[in-house]
Design a protein around this ligand. Structure first.
Ligand code: SF4
Length: 298
């Protein structure tokens, strides 16, 4: 569920796959209305979709939505599916955000830097967000959050890919105590071309710096559902929705929609031929993005 529109965020990360932040803010407001989101969820649940989680995210920072508490409460009332939140963690120091998130089951916050200087360089936060507050918010999780915490840390080649930086992050992680660290790098087209991908062998070295279990996620393989359940007719519009949110590979589409990889490839190829989506290449991988004319397509 997208709780904020493109691209309302407290940060403007150099690696952001969505491009530059258009509204950098710390103002919590109902950027997307709770009733609209809950209606969409209700409609989606009627399709008997199988889901491991309902995930609160957005084309920006979801905890900026001022109706977060209501959205969490009503989503839990409507479905027995566990509720996950993907957040940059910048507002976890706020009591109202803690209160809203306390009803969720899985939190995936971020920590990409080990010092204020690298935080400002990589995440380019709003002027009112301080590194110390972000770290305090993350460290407070073990005191009040009852769900699972997976901490994502994205290493930016040419910026935070040094032993000393990762050692600092690993030391902070000791005090945050997440269940695991998801170590990522710039595998998608970034907002700033100077944000580079870190080679896998170097990421494996970095993983060994942590005392907490680490999963390297940027290079994960997998190709979506392999069974032969029919692919719904709505798949094309869902592909378009995914492509509008961020650059996606065929694998992302297969996993995101829960459809077989060959079906995702077929649909994507057809939409490409029809000029509804277009493609860009990064490190030998093809990422699909919206074609100019399809931006207003329903
Ligand atoms: S990567 Fe996430 S936190 Fe960073 S600017 Fe993009 S949406 Fe915001």
């Amino acid at each position: 569920m997208d709780l904020v529109p493109f691209k309302v965020c407290t940060y403007d990360c150099v690696y952001c796959q969505l491009g530059g932040t258009t509204l950098k803010t710390v103002d919590r407001k109902e950027y997307v209305s709770a009733s609209k989101l809950l209606c969409e969820l209700e409609a989606r649940l009627k399709t008997n979709i199988h889901a491991d989680y309902v995930t609160l995210a957005g084309s920006g920072e979801p905890t900026l939505n001022g109706s977060l508490k209501e959205i969490v409460r009503e989503t839990k009332n409507m479905t027995g599916i566990p509720l996950a939140v993907i957040t940059n963690g910048s507002l976890l120091f706020m009591d109202e955000v803690k209160e809203a998130l306390s009803g969720t089951d899985l939190l995936i916050p971020s920590l990409d830097a080990g010092s204020g200087a690298s935080f400002r360089r990589v995440n380019r936060p709003h002027g009112k967000i301080r590194f110390d507050s972000v770290v305090e918010g993350l460290m407070s999780l073990k005191d009040w959050y009852k769900g699972r915490v997976w901490l994502e840390s994205l290493v930016v080649g040419g910026s935070t890919d040094s032993d000393s930086e990762i050692e600092k992050i690993a030391a902070l992680v000791d005090d945050i105590s997440p269940e695991k660290v998801q170590l990522n790098t710039v595998v998608r087209p970034p907002a700033k071309p100077e944000a580079l991908e870190v080679p896998r062998p170097r990421m494996e070295q970095f993983a060994s710096f942590f005392r907490t279990p680490v999963e390297i996620i940027g290079y994960k393989e997998g190709s979506g559902r392999e069974d032969s359940r029919p692919v719904p007719e709505s798949a094309d519009s869902e592909i378009l929705e995914l492509v509008r949110r961020r650059p996606v590979t065929v694998r992302d589409i297969a996993l995101g929609l829960g459809i077989p990889a060959n079906e995702a490839l077929k649909r994507t190829g057809q939409m490409f031929k029809e000029g509804r989506i277009t493609a860009t290449e990064k490190n030998g991988q093809i990422f699909y993005i919206p074609a100019e004319g399809s931006k207003n397509e329903p």
